[in-house]
Design a protein around this ligand. Structure first.
Ligand SMILES: C[S@@+](CC[C@H](N)C(=O)[O-])C[C@H]1O[C@@H](n2cnc3c(N)ncnc32)[C@H](O)[C@@H]1O
Length: 313
């Protein structure tokens, strides 16, 4: 974990109280902490840094999850590497989704946050538009993969063709991408381990419908965003599922309740302060959609219409 981000970290277990973390460095290399412990002097909780990865999800790794997330499995990591970097692999079927989302973001100095970063594409996009970009995800496999790409600037992986047959592929980062201004952490998008007002650029892409507490996530993004001169890109296909959380927590897709109807309209109203929730207002700059693709094997793709809202304040 790069030392530079120590200034914005706090203890996610103590939220909504904000208490900083005290670093104990066991092994370091230049500005990177390879082994160490981040301690909360208020609650006593300790967060490990192992092989350069900081574990700041209060539910992990101390607690063994009831079921392992599908986002930890090797075929899903491979599938997301294709989804994020298919254009760099010059795959004729790759989607241009991440370039389209990236075009929505302006250049703004300060820290940028990509919540639910998976294998890191949008975090790298944000590193070109800010001073320093942080990707967080609660999948250890995704964060390990993103960090590997960040450190080595290339990543080899097996891409499934059909049945048991795979093909070796190598993602190579283009020269202009600044991996020295990027970091990835294991953290929970509903308990962000960051001080209020730390970020000038924020993104939550295809995440809100995967969370048990979607509204809490929006409140957290709002909390860690700068009160002024900040931008927020939100995008989601609103694929609500009661395997993730009950309809009472959904921000759309129900017949009644405060968030009945279309999720994108409700999120727009939450951000603009017209629906209860955040306690602060964002200006809605633009709304639209991006076609996003996930690949299972060479003849099987999922085409997803992700509705975006670009806001600023
Ligand atoms: C559908 S994927 C989208 C990934 C990426 N944002 C994109 O658009 O390509 C959802 C991501 O959210 C992550 N995720 C799920 N629950 C999370 C949580 N509570 N905190 C942080 N990340 C989470 C998953 O591991 C996965 O990487």
């Amino acid at each position: 974990m790069k030392k530079r981000i120590l200034e914005v970290l706090l203890c996610p277990s103590c939220l909504p109280e904000e208490h900083g973390l005290d670093p104990r460095i066991i092994k370091e290399e230049k500005d990177d902490i390879l082994e160490g412990v981040l301690s909360c002097l208020h609650c006593g909780r300790e967060y490990a840094i192992q092989n350069g990865i900081a574990f700041l999800d209060p539910g992990s790794p101390q607690k063994v999850p009831d079921k392992v997330s599908k986002y930890e499995a090797a075929p899903v990591v491979s599938s997301y590497l294709w989804s994020h970097y298919g254009d760099l692999l010059k795959d004729e079927n790759a989607s241009a989704a991440y370039q389209a989302w990236s075009e929505q973001m302006g250049i703004l100095s300060g820290f940028a946050l990509d919540a639910g970063s998976a294998v890191g594409r949008f975090t790298f996009e944000l590193s070109r538009k800010s001073d320093f970009a942080i990707g967080i995800d609660n999948s250890i496999s995704f964060i390990r993969t993103a960090r590997e790409l960040m450190l080595r600037r290339e990543k080899e992986f097996e891409l499934l063709q059909e049945g048991l047959v795979t093909q070796k592929k190598t993602v190579t980062m283009p020269e202009g991408w600044k991996s020295q201004n990027t970091e990835f952490l294991v953290a929970d998008a509903q308990r962000l381990p960051f001080k209020s007002g730390s970020f000038s650029s924020l993104a939550s892409l295809n995440l809100v419908d995967k969370l048990p507490e979607p509204l809490v996530h929006l409140k957290e993004m709002n909390r860690v965003a700068k009160p002024r001169q900040s931008q927020f890109l939100f995008s989601d296909p609103f694929s609500w599922s009661d395997e993730v959380t009950g309809p009472g927590n959904w921000l759309g897709g129900t017949h009644e309740g405060p968030y009945s109807g279309d999720g994108v309209k409700n999120v727009m109203e939450i951000l603009s302060g017209r629906k209860n929730g955040l306690g602060s207002q964002w200006n809605i700059e633009r709304m639209g959609h991006v076609w996003w693709k996930i690949r299972t094997h060479q003849n099987h793709y999922e085409l997803i219409r992700s509705c975006f809202i670009k806001a600023n304040r």
